[in-house]
Design a binder for this molecule. Structure first.
Ligand code: BMP
Length: 247
């Protein structure tokens, strides 16, 4: 299987190796997390202090709504870490393409899309990623919050199937339910990357998802709301690595 996102994957593996890190920062900082500095400067400081402990940075809709899409390129200039635009795309193919294209052209190295919208949407987004210099596409296959059990978990099998058929770069799975991560890895095979949010604020312990078969753990609040985001990121990176080395 030839998954899309060759350039993204190269950059991600490089940062994983250099920083010895399986940690992705969810940079969901908002005004309530800022002290004496403005929001943009707070984000830039967090990026500067955490970059060496990370494999990638995820930027979501709240930050873009607060600071504009340009925050993606501003941050990508400040760090060698690849930037994943978490826009959880969920629309018809025509609109999905526009969203993905805009994210890529602004400097995102990968996007996150929902998968419940169907195979035609995934095909369109993946074609766009290939046209934009082989960027990455991650598909939400299951979700970490309790409500994720209602609709998306029962559809997880089918979503994973179309993610594989369309050669997506990877999928998103729940660190909060390690048994689901084991199951996703079993069905995904080795080529698809698995990124897992839910560590820290949502209750999952660092390292458990990676030990269950995930490639990376996504962490937001446990890092950016702490007194020292740099130290927190480094500690979580170490916790993941220690759990991994326990075998
Ligand atoms: P936190 O560590 O603060 O809970 O942040 C988790 C991040 O992962 C958020 O950006 C959220 O949007 C994202 N996420 C999640 O928590 N669960 C999912 O199932 C999918 C996500 O993208």
């Amino acid at each position: 299987m030839k998954v899309v996102g060759e350039n993204f994957r190269k950059n991600l593996s490089e940062q994983t190796r250099i920083n010895d890190s399986r940690l992705i920062l969810a940079l969901d900082v908002s005004e309530e997390n800022t002290k004496e500095k403005n929001l943009e400067q707070t984000c830039l400081d967090i990026v500067e202090n955490t970059s060496d402990s990370l494999a990638a940075i995820k930027i979501g809709i709240p930050l873009v709504l607060n600071l504009g899409l340009e925050i993606i390129s501003t941050i990508s200039k400040k760090t060698p870490n690849p930037i994943i635009a978490d826009f959880k795309i969920a629309d018809i193919p025509y609109i999905s393409k526009k969203i993905a294209q805009k994210a890529f052209k602004t400097g995102a190295d990968a996007v996150i899309t929902h998968g419940f919208t169907g195979k035609d949407c995934l095909e369109t987004i993946i074609k766009t990623a290939q046209e934009e210099n082989n960027k990455g596409v991650f598909v939400v296959s299951n979700m970490s919050h309790p409500g994720g059990e209602t609709f998306i978990k029962p559809a997880s099998d089918q979503i994973l199937k179309i993610a594989k058929e369309t050669n997506a770069t990877g999928i998103i799975g729940p660190a909060t339910r390690p048994e689901d991560v084991v199951d996703l890895r079993g069905r995904a095979g080795e080529d698809l990357l698995i990124l897992t949010p839910g560590v820290g604020a949502q209750g999952a312990r660092a390292g458990v998802a990676v030990r269950s078969g995930a490639d990376y753990e996504i962490v937001g609040r446990a890092i950016y709301t702490s007194d020292s985001p740099g130290e927190s990121a480094d500690r979580i990176r170490e916790e993941i690595n220690e759990t991994l080395s326990e075998g």
